[in-house]
Design a protein around this ligand. Structure first.
Ligand code: AMP
Ligand code: MG
Length: 355
């Protein structure tokens, strides 16, 4: 365990117009090798000077992050991205033109100036320009690329509020810039642009359909087993609440019946059961804790609420979480990916009853 020996300064800022003095204060912490948690449009990040090895090592230390999981460098312009790569390829330039600033991270060949700690020794680096005025102002004022994974203890759900950052890292980092809840709620899409086709290493805020619209469907594919090597983060347990979690997929009616059945079974066994429902299904359930992610047809809302709900189950100390599955279309792919990882791959198919 780490000792909490640092006083974490909380600086409240306006998301769209952060006070210059607040940004200067946070930037000076980055420049002097400290850690600053800051909002982006996806989740809160834990930032450090991305060109300074000791500062980058601190990120791994306070998060308890495995050393072999490389970090994303956050930039404030496409020009800065070009300087951190060995020349951007056409595919990267096309994607950057279309999706930056925004929730797309491009993996490109790295410039020799980037420390090995950032890339975990890989010849490539992950780059992103976030769509959040606070983040962009911080990166600009720091004058360096900001290395930033999500600002949570490794393995836990990513934080979407400053309070969730403090719950995990309070007393271990110098500062958090608090601009209220983030907009998207799940992380960026990570794509490898170093090959012939664009490989989705992690689904996220930019959907596969959006990538296909720009590149053509034949130039976009998902990572396969052999690609895992290229995205070390994929093999680690992620986004996990403390309880054992099961995802139940299938036709909504059958899913509800199966979750009711499992709830009764588990409660008879003496477990405290939490259910992750949606507005449409909420009224069908009785359990120790029942939370709704929102309107099942509004995937943006579901994504925004996902990590907060997972953290709430921890506060309620349930032992089992039963979660409804979602469509894999659009943002649904990122939602299903996070549910899959949070559950450690415990996914059940609800069978429709024959009448
Ligand atoms: P995080 O910042 O923790 O949300 O995760 C960043 C993701 O980007 C992880 O899944 C990393 O494995 C992935 N990533 C970062 N750098 C690289 C890289 N050079 N090549 C492939 N994947 C990367
Ligand atoms: Mg993370």
């Amino acid at each position: 365990m780490h000792e909490n020996t640092t006083v974490t300064k909380i600086i409240r800022v306006d998301r769209n117009m952060p006070a210059p003095a607040a940004i200067r204060e946070a930037a000076s912490i980055i420049q002097s090798g400290g850690l600053v948690a800051f909002p982006t449009e996806t989740v809160y990040g834990l930032g450090a000077n991305g060109l300074h090895s000791p500062a980058v090592r601190k990120i791994f230390e306070v998060k308890g992050r495995p050393q072999d999981n490389p970090l994303i460098l956050h930039v404030s312009s496409p020009q800065q991205a070009a300087e951190l790569s060995e020349g951007l390829c056409d595919m990267a330039i096309t994607l950057i033109d279309k999706f930056w600033p925004g929730p797309l991270t491009v993996v490109v060949k790295k410039h020799p100036s980037i420390p090995d700690e950032v890339t975990a020794g890989h010849p490539t680096v992950a780059l992103r320009m976030p769509d959040c005025p606070v983040a962009l102002a911080l990166i600009s004022a720091s004058g360096v690329p900001v290395a930033a994974p999500s600002a949570n203890t490794s393995g836990r759900p990513s934080p979407v509020t400053a309070q969730q950052v403090l719950d995990d890292l309070g007393g271990r980092i110098e500062c958090v810039l608090d601009a209220g809840p983030t907009g998207i709620g799940v992380e960026s899409t990570v794509v490898d642009t170093t090959g012939e086709v664009c490989v989705i290493l992690r689904p996220g805020g930019v959907t596969r359909e959006q990538l296909e619209q720009v590149l053509g469907s034949e130039r976009v594919r998902h990572a396969m087993e052999g690609d895992r090597q290229a995205s070390p983060g994929m093999k680690h347990t992620h986004y996990a609440p403390r309880a054992e979690m099961w995802v139940v997929e299938g036709d909504t009616g059958a899913v509800v019946q199966e979750i009711i059945r499992l709830t009764e079974e588990r409660r008879r066994g003496g477990h405290r059961v939490g259910i992750l429902a949606t507005d449409e299904t909420l009224q069908h359930y009785t359990a120790d804790v029942v939370l709704s992610l929102g309107d099942r047809n509004d995937l943006s809302q579901i994504a925004r609420n996902l990590y907060t709900c997972l953290r709430q189950f921890d506060l309620h100390k349930v032992n089992v979480i039963l979660a409804e599955g979602f469509t894999r279309e659009g943002l649904g792919e990122a939602i299903c990916d996070r549910l899959y990882r949070a559950s450690g791959g415990r996914v059940l198919q609800a069978e429709e009853e024959l009448s």
